[in-house]
Design a binder for this molecule. Structure first.
Ligand code: SF4
Length: 929
């Protein structure tokens, strides 16, 4: 796909395959369909099953192919022969194996030149997440698809529709002018991938017989920057504070009555009105409020409506809403806001903006620096991928790089290195007009409602354009807020970044040394930079060995660096870090000639010089982080961790207690702060939560700055609109899932899980406490499970969207998940009737943060915090089961420690499966017995 391709392209072929896994781990296609499309738009079809044994349940769910059909099908060699005859004369094909690997098609087609259709979707439309067949179908048809299965021929036709959409609409000059630049660079890449895309755009009508669509209407251009948006002109500020109009509680009730009148199927729910009244009360009083509202309250609309009404009545006020998850952010900015505006037309004039952290955006300036005539092949395509994100910054960002993109493009870290270099989050040293980050910031500064994430909210006050603007804030999913503050404020020092910066500087210095026109003084300095980099690399390597010697476990995960650590007892690691930092500072200092006024005279291209400046800035930022961490190593109240990789190491650190910062730097700066979630309290008490945020116990919040006015502070719990109907049970033979008993616990879990899945007839979410647990279960299940329920496993680093969708659609499926599945996913109805918690979610006692808390916090506070975190996570996990009033089912905990810690449970615990009430027993209960 990434090698040059020169033969003329005539017909095209699309091949779809269903892939199965054999017990030895090999992958094979068991059903195939191909479409051959000529340049006269004639289509011929080929389709065949391939003789195979029994399919796994998940494979069956995707194809609906039974054993009988596959048993009587022709064998692989015969099908391959027929398929090759069908494809005769075609040098390359477009392949689509949505639930597998394109490589499985190679032996069948006897062709290695296969363009992965799913990669085309990820590459050109990363915002859709449409690389699964169902989601691609829904995206193209703009409607929901009830079933997940496709016949092979349906799959091949879907792929054809996708190509038609991609080349006829997405990359059409008329709707997307920057396509003319993308075409130029696709061609320059000198790859089959690029050649094929250009060919399809030029011959669209020939293949799809639609003369009305001509994707290419402009000449190709290398000037990619001309298509970048520019920062809007600053409008005159209208921000003169006017009288503050409160939102009377009676008006709140009326708002929801109007909503019931306008929205079909909506009726006024008292808990939602109560919730909205608390929100209004907080805004009216400029208070700090912690509001807990259970599932079913309708929280999002419960704050969005009062907020919009408040903004309508107060044209100079502004509100920020911050979420923890991207999915809630999307739901708010898209669905909820749109429907609110549609129903209440007067809200349409309130300007709203979505803003993420700057590091999510691509820096156009740095991206242009990387572009060079030497780029081709995969490097060129990687660059172009980021150029496309830079154009589409409103709907996609650097977080959307998919695992498939990484698998194809990250050989030698090509993609990761570019992503790291072009992120707008760091190394930004100027103000450019064509900058996505600056555009969204300018728009946010002119908006009256911004929707953002927790991290960006924390940093907003440091942004000169946004600080002091958004005085009222709603923080949704607020149980994660402290975590988000910690991530935002904790510096990291990664040696792989340092190597990357140094490598580029060294390369350019060597060029200077070799160039005859380099002035002698610069040549001397360039030589000094090269030697300094060599010392730095040696120091980094020595430190890596030192860290590893100190704690072998650092090679398997982050371990704490504590005062009792050998780093201090056998020498002083802080001295070594200081020396390393001196080297970094020295490189920065010696390479100053790249940034001086005379840099333009260096015998290097201007882009190389500009990139060297970026590298210097990044190096300097890394050095600041290193010194922050180093300082923290000697301070009380900090946590620090080290992780060692084969070549690199990663050092992190931060404050254990963030309450003071949150109170003084976030809450004090705002008029109103509303912290809300379905899970804030433990045993009906807000005390532990308030403590984490530095809110104390009083109704009035005071600040260290005596001039700052005190703030009212209140808490509220909105009674859930219904009583959840489920049983929480610990089987009588469940072991203790202490890490020390891992083997016993694993054996037990592997033994009972298939039975529990069968009793419930699938529809089960299995929650694991760590990826390690999940992997242990996955390996065993994938090798041995022979049941009839499709098993879906979350994988580290892979987005969960496709799994969520598959789980929702295939009712009998079983989903094994970690972190993200404990919160923030919704599976209403009979898709999910059983949640199995494999291990109580106690925080890992040996994690660097826990270790530091234990040393720093008084015993009572530590344990209160420990239990609080466990209880909140447990409630969230169990809470996945009941999303609607009509939902019911079972939560099973395979860890008998719950019996001794029943106060962690959100409801009474039943001991023994026999004692489960009849109505909560799964559909397969009697069948299985
Ligand atoms: S302002 Fe900063 S982030 Fe924006 S384009 Fe310029 S250097 Fe990049």
């Amino acid at each position: 796909m990434f090698r040059p391709f020169t033969p003329p392209i005539e017909d095209i072929a699309i091949v779809f395959g269903h892939e199965r896994s054999l017990s030895n781990g090999e992958k094979r296609i068991y059903s195939v369909a191909a479409l051959r499309i000529s340049q006269h738009a004639t289509v011929t079809e080929f389709t065949s099953h391939i003789r195979s044994g029994k399919l796994r349940a998940r494979e069956y769910a995707h194809s609906q192919l039974g054993e009988a059909k596959l048993k009587n099908a022709p064998d692989e060699i015969t099908v391959s022969g027929h398929l090759q005859d069908f494809l005769e004369g075609i040098d390359h094909v477009v392949g689509y194996v949505p639930n597998g690997h394109i490589i499985s098609l190679e032996p069948l087609c006897n062709n290695e030149r296969i363009i992965d259709a799913a990669l085309l979707a990820d590459y050109f439309m990363p915002w859709t997440g449409a690389a699964t067949a169902k989601s691609l179908w829904e995206y193209l048809h703009k409607q929901e698809r009830q079933k997940i299965s496709f016949s092979a021929l349906e799959g091949a036709k879907l792929c054809t529709d996708f190509l038609q959409h991609l080349f006829g609409t997405v990359l059409n000059d008329t709707t997307f002018p920057a396509a003319s630049a993308l075409r130029y660079y696709l061609r320059t890449s000198n790859t089959l991938f690029g050649t094929f895309c250009c060919h399809m755009l030029e011959h669209f009508d020939d293949y799809f017989g639609n003369a009305l669509i001509t994707p290419v209407s402009k000449p190709e251009t290398a000037d990619w920057e001309q298509f970048l948006d520019t920062v809007p002109k600053k409008e005159k500020s209208t921000d003169q504070r006017e009288a503050f109009h409160e939102l009377p509680e009676d008006d709140i009730q009326q708002l929801y009555e109007q909503l019931a009148h306008k929205r079909k199927g909506y009726s006024v729910r008292q808990p939602q009105v109560d919730y909205a009244s608390h929100v209004a009360r907080a805004i009216n009083a400029n208070a700090v409020a912690c509001i807990e509202a259970g599932t079913g309250t309708g929280k999002t609309l419960g704050y969005l409506l009062p907020v919009m009404e408040f903004l309508k009545r107060n044209p100079t006020q502004r509100v920020a809403i911050a979420t923890y998850t991207k999915s809630l952010q999307k739901q708010l900015y898209g669905n909820e806001l749109d429907s609110c505006r549609e129903l209440f037309g007067q809200y349409n004039t309130i300007p709203v903006a979505l803003i993420k952290g700057k590091s999510n955006y691509v820096c156009a300036h740095k991206l242009n620096d990387i572009l060079s005539p030497l780029l081709d092949g995969m490097e060129m395509l990687s660059w172009l991928y980021f150029a496309n994100i830079c154009y589409q910054y409103r709907i996609t960002d650097l977080d959307d790089v998919t695992p498939r993109m990484r698998a194809y493009f990250d050989e030698g870290r090509i993609l990761s290195n570019i992503a790291q270099e072009v992120s707008a989050g760091s190394g930004c040293f100027s103000t450019h007009k064509q900058c996505p980050g600056n555009i969204v910031t300018a728009e946010a500064a002119q908006s009256r409602l911004v929707i953002t994430n927790h991290n960006k909210l924390v940093l907003m006050e440091q942004d000169p354009q946004l600080s002091e603007l958004f005085k009222h804030c709603i923080i949704d999913e607020a149980n994660h807020f402290e975590d988000a503050v910690r991530t935002t404020l904790s510096p990291e020092f990664s040696t792989s970044d340092i190597f990357f910066y140094c490598r580029y500087l060294r390369e350019q210095c060597r060029k200077l040394i070799l160039a005859p026109s380099t002035p002698e003084a610069i040549e001397y300095q360039a030589e000094a930079v090269v030697s300094e980099i060599a010392y730095t690399v040696t120091k980094i390597d020595a430190l890596r060995d030192q860290f590893k010697q100190m704690n072998q476990a650092a090679a398997y995960g982050a371990v704490p660096v504590t005062p009792a650590h050998q780093a201090f007892t056998k020498g002083d690691i802080t001295n070594d870090l200081e020396i390393l930092n001196k080297h970094l500072e020295r490189i920065h200092e010696l390479s100053a000639f790249f940034s001086g006024k005379k840099a333009g005279n260096l015998p290097l291209g201007y882009k190389s010089i500009s990139r060297c400046r970026t590298m210097r800035t990044l190096l300097q930022e890394a050095s600041v982080n290193l010194m922050l961490i180093r300082k923290g190593l000697h301070e009380d109240g900090t946590w620090n961790s080290i992780q060692v990789f084969p070549r690199n190491w990663l050092l992190c650190g931060g404050q254990v207690y963030l309450g003071a910062f949150i109170r003084e730097s976030i809450i004090k700066q705002r008029d109103t702060i509303i912290l809300t979630s379905a899970t804030l309290t433990h045993q009906s008490s807000f005390t532990p939560y308030r403590r984490t945020l530095g809110l104390g116990k009083s109704d009035v919040l005071t600040f260290s700055d005596k001039e700052a006015p005190p703030k009212p502070c209140f808490v509220a719990r909105v009674a859930p609109p219904f009583t959840p109907d489920y049983s929480l049970v610990v089987p009588s033979d469940a072991p203790s899932a202490l890490y020390e008993h891992k083997r016993l616990w694993l054996e037990y879990t592997l033994k009972v899980l298939p039975k529990l899945i069968e009793y419930n007839d699938g529809a089960t979410l299995v929650l694991c406490a760590s990826y390690e647990d999940l992997e242990a279960l996955r390996q065993e299940f994938e090798a041995t499970y022979d049941g009839s329920y499709p098993l879906l496993f979350q994988r580290k680093g892979e987005p969960a969207t496709a799994l969520i969708e598959e789980f929702r659609t295939t009712r009998e499926s079983v989903l094994f998940g970690v972190e993200t599945f404990w919160h923030g996913v919704d599976f209403p109805g009979n898709t999910l009737t059983q949640v199995i918690i494999t291990r109580l979610p106690f925080p890992a006692p040996n994690s660097p943060l826990m270790d530091a808390r234990k040393r720093f916090l008084p015993d009572g506070v530590f344990w209160e915090r420990y239990r609080y975190e466990t209880a909140i996570k447990f409630r969230q996990g169990a809470g996945r089961l009941i999303r609607r009033e009509t939902d019911s089912g079972l939560v099973i905990v395979l860890d008998n420690r719950l019996l001794k810690n029943q106060r962690l449970a959100p409801c009474p615990v039943i001991q023994g499966m026999r004692n489960i009430p009849e109505r909560h027993r799964g559909k397969g209960w009697n069948k299985a017995k």
